[in-house]
Design a protein around this ligand. Structure first.
Ligand SMILES: Cc1cc2nc3c(=O)[nH]c(=O)nc-3n(C[C@H](O)[C@H](O)[C@H](O)COP(=O)(O)O)c2cc1C
Ligand code: SF4
Ligand code: SF4
Length: 336
């Protein structure tokens, strides 16, 4: 009976004081942006107010006016990207505020959530919820179609909007002094994360081989008419207005500059791509990828994965066929 009375009291108080929420997100190919927008819709429909900010536009000092903070990001190499980690590690002015974390990824989020929660916890924020969602992967040396192709889809976005509503409700309950169970984070040891690493290890890739060699061909570059790579590098690692030019200073190998360059002036080392093609195709056939797909299907994405719809299109005997579509297209990705 008490619970019921408590609930009625909470809801009427909430209606008088809508929670102010800010969602800050990093997104390169748009997956995390879609999720951020859907969460925002969910929060607004639950009578909260919600502002949506790109990470590059967010000033942490202005976030103190908000009651609830949302942080969204793609997963990069099983963790938050470095620019996002740096942003989170500067949030101590928001100490004591509730926050939620969301991420998009290509099926192996790895230790993204525990790592993000650890950084935010150190800044004194209280993580009240997390959501991770499949997202298409457009890396040039990944198999294509990828098993999370087509995500986030409508069903994902509906779930995500409900997550937004849940976050607003949970933060309101907390602000009213109610004891609400908080998420616990477990660092993954025996998981798909390690499984995928084992597949790469089995193919004798050493960690230094994850570093991608890239070149900038000034003859093909049309700067200053084009300045896409300069504007969109998350680390401000490119400066083409100085001599000699700065290229990849503090680079995190996200490869976005290569993906968006309209002329092909930025190129990934061809040997690197060839090697990755071969290894991935072998992995597909022999080294556990069928099992990996199965696990991805049953444990992660269910039967909504476009990979399973498109698998017949993929010729595992010809790696080039898997990758050609993304490899020779220029630009590989058009920023909307
Ligand atoms: C540099 C880089 C590293 C990535 N590492 C992972 C990873 O470890 N696990 C994973 O599942 N997806 C990984 N991905 C895929 C992205 O997380 C996924 O495509 C994400 O949805 C992209 O988000 P965005 O469209 O908002 O930029 C990686 C992508 C990039 C560019
Ligand atoms: S790969 Fe390109 S866009 Fe990404 S951090 Fe490096 S220089 Fe910047
Ligand atoms: S995106 Fe390509 S063409 Fe444009 S400035 Fe960068 S290197 Fe030059």
């Amino acid at each position: 009976m008490n619970r019921r009375i408590g609930k009625v009291r909470i809801l009427s108080k909430v209606a008088e004081n809508p929670t102010k929420c800010a969602i800050i997100y990093f997104s390169q190919t748009g997956n995390t942006k879609k999720v951020a927008e859907a969460i925002c819709r969910g929060i607004r429909s639950a009578s909260g107010q919600c502002d949506l900010l790109r990470i590059q536009d967010a000033d942490i000092r202005n976030l103190t006016a908000y009651d609830l903070i949302g942080l969204g990001s793609p997963v990069f190499v099983f963790k938050p990207p470095i620019n996002v980690s740096i942003f989170m590690s500067r949030m101590s002015a928001l100490r004591g505020k509730p926050c939620f974390i969301f991420a998009t990824h290509g099926g192996h989020p790895g230790n993204f959530m525990p790592a993000a929660a650890k950084i935010l916890g150190r800044q004194g924020l209280v993580v009240i919820g997390t959501f991770d969602c499949d997202g298409d992967v457009t890396r040039p040396f990944y198999p294509y179609p990828f098993w999370t192709g087509g995500h986030p889809d409508e069903i994902d976005l509906e779930m995500v909007a409900n997550f937004g509503k849940e976050m607003i409700e949970r933060s309101q309950r907390i602000s009213l002094g109610e004891q609400v169970p908080l998420p616990q984070f477990e660092w993954l040891k025996d998981s798909l994360y390690y499984r995928s690493v084992k597949v790469w290890d089995a193919n004798k890739i050493r960690s230094k081989e994850f570093i991608v060699a890239m070149t900038l061909d000034r003859m093909k570059c049309t700067y200053p008419e084009c300045h896409l790579c300069v504007d969109h590098c998350p680390m401000q690692a490119i400066n083409l207005s100085v001599t000699p030019v700065v290229f990849r200073k503090g680079c995190i190998s996200c490869l976005f500059c290569e993906k968006i360059c309209p002329t092909g002036a930025i190129e990934i080392n061809g040997d690197f791509i060839e090697k990755r093609w071969k290894i991935a195709a072998e992995g597909f056939k022999e080294r556990g990828y069928p099992e990996f797909f199965q696990r991805a299907k049953t444990e992660l994405i269910g039967n909504r994965s476009t990979l399973f719809r498109k698998l017949n299109e993929v010729d595992l005997n010809d790696p080039a066929k898997i990758y050609n579509r993304v490899r020779f297209q220029r630009p590989r990705f058009i920023i909307s």
